[in-house]
Design a protein around this ligand. Structure first.
Ligand SMILES: NC(=O)c1ccc[n+]([C@@H]2O[C@H](COP(=O)([O-])OP(=O)(O)OC[C@H]3O[C@@H](n4cnc5c(N)ncnc54)[C@H](O)[C@@H]3O)[C@@H](O)[C@H]2O)c1
Length: 336
């Protein structure tokens, strides 16, 4: 259902064919990385426990001769045959309602998972990238969060398993880089959206779009004045690949600095979908950050990277994708 278009590899543009491991490759971000590398002619090993990812996300890749799927939970050590050149650690459920279902497993995914992938990188002589998060800044006291800001995180709250897990993972990456010579990279990813987000995963962009398309009122937590900055998936994939190709071992923010309140986002989604539904207010979840906006000057300077897709354009593409998925689901439901 979630189709991936596999283009004929253009070998002229590939300096060297690499074997690239994508842990969490059946998820939202990971599946876009898998697709990008297969289209570039690389070999991809997708490692996933399918906790929030799905075979649908990689359906068109499964039969490809350069693509291999390994069902595996990264909290256990991972052994792979043959050379590995790069490892992207995207394995961790990113949606708060979902990662809070089993917080200890979430924490172990961040920490044990990081260690197991770092050990694989050390054994194979591979470069390894951590998908860290803006959540390491917690509920920030400064607007425009730069990498030097140390954050405002609650260690004993419902988001701590994820936020503190990612902070610990950053430390592991830094130590393996500093003391064991592993080529590590740390991406601090800010809210990213686009096709292949799970319709029911509870993140705000997918929530609003799915509610609007289903003719339901949009849920606003708190008064809707809290802000987020939204990066379109293709921009994030470009940034991750540029970071892996760089020599930078310290964390780098990747996100779109255009900041919107939740009310502004809701109005955009209502305008674009034409849904005649209202807004309903729910209490703000505990430790929900009031603001989020990346300072991406390091990414610009070190990687020559900046996002290109404006929210209006990205929302149009994402709404179109959700519309086709929800339509297919309702046809399936009518047929069965
Ligand atoms: N999407 C965002 O806005 C965002 C923001 C900040 C950070 N990130 C990070 O990027 C990465 C990917 O996020 P996403 O949005 O694609 O989330 P996602 O939930 O769609 O994908 C995560 C993938 O990891 C897999 N996974 C989870 N735990 C695992 C485990 N123990 N072993 C093996 N596989 C496991 C899931 O099945 C899923 O396929 C995550 O590490 C997340 O923390 C994402």
């Amino acid at each position: 259902m979630n189709t991936i278009s596999v283009k004929r590899p253009s070998f002229s543009g590939v300096a060297r064919i690499k074997t690239i491991v994508i842990a969490g490759g059946a998820g939202f971000v990971g599946s876009h990385l898998c697709e990008r590398f297969i289209n570039q002619g690389h070999r991809v090993v997708c490692v996933d426990n399918l906790q929030t990812g799905s075979r649908d996300n990689i359906a068109s890749l499964l039969a490809h001769h350069d693509f291999r799927f390994v069902l595996h939970d990264v909290t256990a050590p991972l052994a792979l045959d043959g050379p590995v050149h790069e490892i992207y650690n995207m394995a961790c459920t990113a949606s708060p309602p979902r990662y809070q279902l089993d917080p200890i497993h979430t924490f172990r995914t961040c920490t044990d998972g990081a260690m197991n992938l770092l050990n694989l990188a050390r054994d194979k002589g591979a470069k390894v990238l951590l998908s860290s998060t803006s959540e390491v800044y917690g509920d920030p006291e400064i607007s425009l969060q730069h990498e030097g800001y140390r954050g405002n995180v609650n260690t004993c709250g419902p988001r701590a398993c994820y936020d503190e897990g990612k902070r610990a993972a950053e430390t592991l990456f830094w130590e393996y880089g500093a003391h064991l010579g592993v080529q590590t990279r740390i991406a601090r990813i800010f809210n990213t959206y686009g096709p292949r987000m799970h319709p029911d995963d509870g993140r705000v962009v997918s929530n609003f779009i799915v509610q609007a398309l289903r003719g339901q009122d949009l849920t606003i937590y708190g008064n809707g004045s809290q802000t987020r900055s939204f990066c379109y998936i293709d921009d994030l994939v470009d940034g991750l690949i540029a970071l892996m190709a760089s020599d930078e071992k310290m964390p780098v923010n990747l996100g779109n600095p255009d900041e919107f309140t939740m009310l502004e986002l809701a109005r955009k989604v209502l305008d674009k979908t034409g849904a005649s539904v209202g807004l309903i207010n729910q209490p703000l979840p505990q430790d929900d950050p009031r603001q989020r906006r990346p300072d991406i000057s390091r990414a610009a300077e070190l990687l020559g990277w900046a996002p290109k897709v404006a929210l209006d354009q990205g929302l149009d593409l994402t709404i179109r994708w959700f519309w086709s998925v929800l339509n297919a689901q309702s046809v399936e439901a009518r047929v069965s």
